[in-house]
Design a protein around this ligand. Structure first.
Ligand code: SF4
Length: 292
């Protein structure tokens, strides 16, 4: 079963990797960490190991089994370009995406340097597929703007920005080569405030550059109270959607069999460790000390 998503700009989530660690201010209240840590130590639960990073090869073929086309947020509970995800594993995940062009895939990362390098060299052909959208998270000027440059320099067919949680006015920036912008405020306990003028500035720049704009939410501690209206309306822009026709079941089975063999060959060369290369509690301690 696909994991249906409540995220406004997608249909479903797919997590062939679980867990991550914090790298910038946008991560401070990471919803994925909060969710995953709730189940640490719960025997048999998918998040038994909390937010420790691990590969989940049993999930890798999942989109090939879904009975209808979807818009899929890849690794909503992790980051595909995390240092501890081997290149071969990224290649295997990408193989599944390229072989199922009836879905739209949305890959979002904060590790934009590694994504750029990977798309420039190892996944250059795959980067050009119009049904795979590659995006970076932007929360502020210091961390966010360099990620936009990385994305612009990646040879992706479709590039998008998730400017969420928007933590400050990011000022004037270039939208050249960018196909979609999502903006949102932080939500949940401890949510940091967003200001309307920051959002209006991004909306104005998107209009000038003719880039589709999606306003996700104002956020806040109780996000439902604030909704997602801006200037008295919702903004639900999307880039142009190019996907192939949904094949008949027999054809999908044939594709799945071929991809299964290819993925098995790729993953056979990897030693996938059931445990992790670091423990999440160490990362939390590290992050706490670096925030001081
Ligand atoms: S990169 Fe994303 S998934 Fe990883 S800790 Fe930061 S917010 Fe969470």
């Amino acid at each position: 079963m696909a994991q249906m998503s409540k995220i406004e700009w997608t249909d479903a989530t797919w997590n062939p990797v679980r867990g991550c660690n914090k790298i910038s201010p946008g991560c401070k209240h990471c919803y994925a960490e909060t969710f995953a840590e709730r189940f640490r130590g719960v025997k048999g639960h998918p998040y038994e190991q909390g937010f420790d990073l691990r590969l989940v090869p049993e999930k890798i073929l999942e989109p090939l089994r879904w009975p209808r086309p979807k818009m899929v947020f890849v690794n909503s509970m992790s980051d595909l370009f995390h240092d501890d995800v081997p290149d071969l594993y990224i290649a295997a995940v990408t193989k599944v995406m390229t072989e199922s062009p009836w879905h739209i895939y949305q890959v979002l990362t904060k590790r934009s340097g590694r994504m750029r390098e990977t798309l420039q060299v190892k996944l250059r052909t795959e980067a050009g597929k119009a049904h795979i959208w590659w995006g970076v998270s932007v929360e502020d000027r210091k961390y966010g703007l360099p990620r936009i440059e990385d994305l612009r320099n990646a040879p992706a067919a479709v590039r998008f920005l998730s400017i969420e949680p928007l933590l400050e006015d990011i000022g004037e920036f270039s939208l050249e080569g960018i196909d979609w912008v999502i903006v949102g405020g932080e939500s949940g306990p401890g949510a940091r405030p967003i200001r309307e003028e920051w959002v209006q500035s991004i909306l104005r720049q998107c209009r000038q550059a003719n880039v589709p704009f999606f306003f996700k939410q104002w956020g806040g501690i109780r996000k439902k109270e604030h909704g997602r209206q801006l200037n008295g309306r919702t903004f639900d822009g999307f880039p142009s959607i190019q996907r192939s026709e949904f094949p008949a079941r027999s054809k999908r089975i044939e594709i799945a069999q071929a991809v299964t063999a290819d993925i098995a060959a790729l993953l056979n060369t990897l030693t996938i460790q059931p445990a992790n290369r670091y423990t999440h509690s160490n990362e939390i301690a590290k992050n706490k000390s670096s925030e001081k």
